[in-house]
Design a binder for this molecule. Structure first.
Ligand code: ASP
Length: 274
């Protein structure tokens, strides 16, 4: 039996769940849990609606830096602040499977991607440009608080993508993001940090979305994972999300017997079993 869960980001339009269901149905046809979560994330990275791959948020300076990661029990691969590639999640998978490393950052990640055969690609979209422009205007006019104010992150969060899967007891997780808009160049969120935005082990897989700084502070994914078996999965996720108060956060999680997609604000998601 195979099950996959996809999410399209905390604070994103829940109507997008329909599109995610289509992607989940396509991804579940893959032969392994890892291939399925990677396929699901590629589909979302290629859809400019989401803040990952094409359609990624721009940094304050107008550049696009993306983070992505994949994890299976006992292994992990991730890229941090990668630029000018179409599918960061594919590079993350190559880091895990084809390099001796677990994480590559910045120009090292870009060089590795080129060596692996990924050509230069511009992931920017008109929507991302408009979004950045709007934020800069609001900042200038004083309509939104100064850059480091927590409300700033809340207002401009969003649309990161992730997937977890269980294929006959085999687990995998994948995540990809353009980061919160707008942030400083070089900022790293929770997504590519093991135990924060992603975790996968022999008991299940967890992926988080929301304000990366807060998720890292609480190491949300490993916290949920470590509690597997202690109570129903829904209860564990609810309790961990409640600890965030009004700070936007969402998770998808899967164990040997349970599944959960939960957030404290709108989050599109889809779950498919076959
Ligand atoms: N967690 C992501 C980050 O902070 C953003 C998101 O989930 O939308 O980079």
């Amino acid at each position: 039996m195979k099950t996959i869960i996809l999410h399209g980001g905390a604070s994103h339009r829940s109507e997008l769940s329909k599109i995610l269901e289509k992607y989940a149905k396509e991804a579940i046809e893959e032969n392994s849990a890892l291939d399925a979560v990677v396929k699901a994330v590629v589909l979302m990275e290629d859809d400019p609606e989401f803040n990952a791959g094409t359609g990624s948020n721009m940094r304050l300076d107008g550049s696009i830096q993306m983070d992505a990661a994949v994890m299976i029990p006992g292994d992990f691969g991730g890229v941090i602040n990668i630029e000018e590639v179409k599918n960061p999640v594919l590079v993350a998978r190559d880091v895990m499977l084809k390099s001796p490393h677990m994480l590559l950052a910045g120009d090292g990640a870009v060089n590795f991607a080129r060596k692996m055969g990924y050509p230069t690609y511009d992931p920017s979209t008109e929507k991302a440009r408009e979004r950045r422009e709007k934020v800069l205007q609001k900042l200038k006019s004083g309509e939104i608080p100064e850059y480091y104010h927590p409300q700033f992150f809340r207002e401009f969060l969003g649309d990161t993508v992730g997937a977890v899967a269980r294929f006959d007891g085999e687990f995998a997780a994948a995540v990809s993001t353009g980061g919160t808009s707008l942030t400083l160049r070089g900022r790293v969120g929770d997504s590519p940090i093991i135990g924060s935005g992603i975790y996968c082990g022999s008991r299940g897989a967890v992926v988080a979305t929301g304000i990366g700084e807060e998720i890292m502070r609480r190491m949300l994914s490993i916290r949920i994972y470590e509690r597997i078996g202690e109570a129903p999965l829904q209860k564990i996720c609810r309790e961990e999300i409640e600890k965030f108060g009004s700070i936007p956060v969402g998770v998808i999680a899967i164990t040997a017997e349970e599944e959960c997609a939960m957030s404290n604000l709108a989050m599109p998601y889809a779950q498919v079993t076959r």
